[in-house]
Design a protein around this ligand. Structure first.
Ligand SMILES: [Zn+2]
Length: 137
């Protein structure tokens, strides 16, 4: 996609600090660096979100995520690591080219995610699961 910043990074038209690359993925330092060692793993092909990934791309991206996560842990020894991936504006997506954040975490680092649990009854869980199973095909 010609106006996509991550496609331009993949095409080397915009500089990035790359840590890993294979045929399907590119991992590079997030310029924002929430904490030192914050890496983005992106699909090389333009895919807007998780829904656009085919099975091979999904496998490749998550292999790269696990591999780079192990390297970040070895390099920075953070006491925690968050993996964050957003699809759509309400989820916080700002670059509409599929990518996964690997964020080294430390106590009191200021990164917060609210998790407003609803604890629905088991019958609701069964109802929700049936919808998803039906959609899996
Ligand atoms: Zn793109």
């Amino acid at each position: 996609m010609t106006d996509c910043v991550f496609c331009k990074i993949v095409a080397k038209q915009i500089p990035a600090t790359v840590v890993f690359e294979d045929g399907d993925t590119l991992a590079f330092m997030d310029i924002g660096q929430v904490n030192p060692g914050h890496v983005l793993v992106a699909a090389k092909a333009h895919c807007e979100n998780v829904y656009a990934l085919d099975d091979a791309q999904a496998g490749a991206v998550f292999r790269a995520v696990a591999r780079v996560a192990r390297a970040v842990r070895a390099a920075f020894a953070p006491p925690g690591l968050s993996i964050y991936q957003a699809n759509g504006k309400p989820a916080g997506q700002t670059v509409f080219h599929f990518h996964v954040h690997l964020v080294p975490r430390h106590d009191g680092d200021g990164m917060n995610l609210t998790w407003p649990v609803k604890n629905p009854p088991r019958e609701k869980l069964e109802e929700y699961a049936a919808k998803i199973r039906g959609a899996l095909g």
